[in-house]
Design a protein. Structure first.
Length: 234
């Protein structure tokens, strides 16, 4: 995929980028390639892979939600900025926090944000379960892409959503993980509203976006320390 094909495919998702946004994506792509020579940001580093498997893939979240509004969004385990930084470029009204435990990736993201002159986006070099309690019940949307299994992700993410907020994990095959998540969903007062299943254009790899709604407040004892979550999921 090249930039022209990306623009056309995004139009099918009702995402119409202006010249400034297109130039920001091109610059972001170039910075990924430059910095990846020094730091291991991503294994997918060709133009084709970045445009398809990072940028387009990130923006398929538009299949699940209308991001063209002022929302407070947390991207859990953002890595090199997927999907959070790509969402910010395409939907500038968003107020985004990029969260990752890898300091080199966070420093890279800060450099990109400054270079692209983005506002209302900040970076946190932390694990989500180590965030202060003041962050709980505050986000409209939490996103994650290829971070952990769904039962683990649910306990990490749901406590930080406001009531009626949405968790939108991006997955490939999800059936087994969903079946193992019923108890966690119940304990965390959340439900799966819908599954959005599709294939990426050009190479047809399978994708699933899970739209999970938080229906009531989460007990203050969640999330537990990460070693406890891994030892015994909800």
């Amino acid at each position: 995929m090249n930039i022209e094909t990306l623009i056309k495919e995004l139009e099918k998702l009702n995402i119409n980028l202006n010249s400034k946004q297109i130039n920001q994506l091109i610059k972001y792509k170039e910075m990924l390639q430059e910095y990846n020579q020094k730091f291991n940001l991503t294994a997918l580093i060709t133009d084709e892979d970045i445009y398809l498997k990072h940028f387009y893939d990130s923006l398929t979240l538009a299949k699940a939600f209308n991001f063209d509004q002022e929302l407070k969004l947390l991207d859990l385990g953002t890595g090199a900025g997927f999907p959070g930084l790509v969402l910010k470029i395409a939907f500038p009204k968003l107020n985004i926090t990029l969260l990752d435990s890898n300091n080199k990736k966070i420093e890279f993201l800060k450099t990109v944000i400054n270079t692209l002159e983005l506002t209302n986006i900040n970076c946190l070099n932390k694990r989500i379960e180590d965030l202060p309690t003041s962050y709980k019940e505050t986000y409209d949307i939490i996103t994650s892409r290829a971070v952990a299994t769904l039962p683990v992700l649910l306990e990490l993410a749901i406590p930080y959503l406001r009531i009626n907020g949405y968790f939108l994990p991006m997955k490939s095959n999800i059936k087994e993980e969903l079946s193992l998540s019923k108890n966690a969903l119940n304990i965390l007062n959340s439900k799966v509203e819908t599954l959005i299943e599709f294939n990426l254009p050009l190479e047809n790899s399978y994708r699933t976006i899970i739209k999970i709604k938080k229906e009531a407040q989460t007990s203050s004892k969640y999330p537990r320390p990460y070693n406890q979550i891994i030892k015994k999921t909800l």
